[in-house]
Design a binder for this molecule. Structure first.
Ligand code: SAM
Length: 291
């Protein structure tokens, strides 16, 4: 298997009309990669949807595999993973991009593809991923296939926002083909998403789990140790609609981290304004000049 994979056709696996299904070839290659001369003792597929993994297992002569999804009555948030395993493949919903209640013709409150806040989706996904990790035997792997999303102009990186359980062994980029969004015409200028991520986590220890979490911090550069005088003067001019007198800038910046460490704040502001080509004086006011 390479670190970039592209499956133009999905192979003859599973229900080809199940929305958001994945290529069976990716599951096949995963199994063959990690079990080149044997079969996994127990292969489990979580979020098995239209039966792609079941058909792959059948083709490879694996007849004790387990395939779990709401569509066959198994709820990832409530039900136990019924067996230990040495390989789990999971392919969760990409938040609410495809709503699987319409695939099943029934609503389930625990469906991860229901309309919900992104934070709730991530919490639920974390719960399932933790559960998957705990169920693995030592040396076992969890391979999770998941994409990024853009919604109302905002980019969401699920792999960055979810917790990582265990040791990352590989990060494979899968080129995405045949998205419904390929045929849509969007307004605005953005780079379309044409890839998904396949992360492979290995359980190396019996008891201890390495968990990686990402946190978002909203920091104010006015109080930053890193921002320079140029940076905060630029921000100050922008904060008052692009024009400011030296005295206005002083008032905005007098409590900044930079000012707290300087006994000559007015002079420093004046010196930076005069010395930096990014600032231009028109009449009595300073404007930005970034060219
Ligand atoms: C991206 S699809 C999987 C598609 C599958 N890999 C295939 O090739 O057909 C995600 C699946 O997650 C299932 N799902 C969503 N919430 C679930 C839950 N709480 N428990 C179990 N399955 C769930 C949906 O029913 C859907 O089939």
């Amino acid at each position: 298997m390479n670190s970039v994979v592209s499956y133009k056709d999905r192979g003859n696996y599973g229900n080809s009309s199940y929305r958001g299904n994945c290529s069976g070839k990716i599951i096949r290659d995963l199994i063959l990669q990690f079990f080149p001369n044997s079969k996994p003792k127990k292969f489990i597929e979580i979020f098995s949807g239209g039966g792609t993994g079941r058909d792959v297992a059948k083709e490879l002569g694996i007849n004790n595999s387990i395939h779990l999804d709401l569509i066959n009555g198994w709820d990832a948030l409530v039900d136990e993973i019924p067996s230990g395993s040495d390989l789990i493949f999971s392919h969760p919903p990409y938040w609410d991009i495809i709503k699987y209640q319409y695939q099943r013709n029934s609503y389930n409150a625990n469906d991860l593809s229901n309309q919900m806040d992104y934070e709730d989706f991530i919490k639920k996904l974390n719960k399932v991923n933790a559960k998957i990790y705990c169920s693995l035997v030592r040396g076992g792997r969890h391979a999770i296939l998941i994409g990024d999303i853009r919604k109302q102009g905002k980019y969401y990186s699920i792999i960055k926002d979810m917790n990582w359980y265990g040791d990352l062994e590989s990060h494979i980029i899968k080129i995405q083909h045949n998205c419904i969004s390929d045929n849509r015409v969007y307004s605005g200028n953005f780079i379309p998403i044409r890839h998904e991520h396949l992360l492979i986590f290995k359980k190396r220890e019996i008891w201890i789990v390495n968990i990686k979490q990402s946190t978002e911090i909203r920091a104010n550069i006015l109080y930053s140790n890193t921002a320079t005088w140029r940076d905060i003067i630029q921000a100050a001019i922008q904060s008052v609609n692009g024009k400011a007198t030296t005295e206005q800038l002083y008032k905005i910046l007098k409590n900044s981290k930079k000012a707290r460490n300087n006994n000559f704040v007015r002079e420093k502001i004046r010196q930076t304004l005069n010395a930096n080509k990014n600032f231009k004086k028109i009449n009595n006011e300073w404007i930005l000049c970034i060219e």
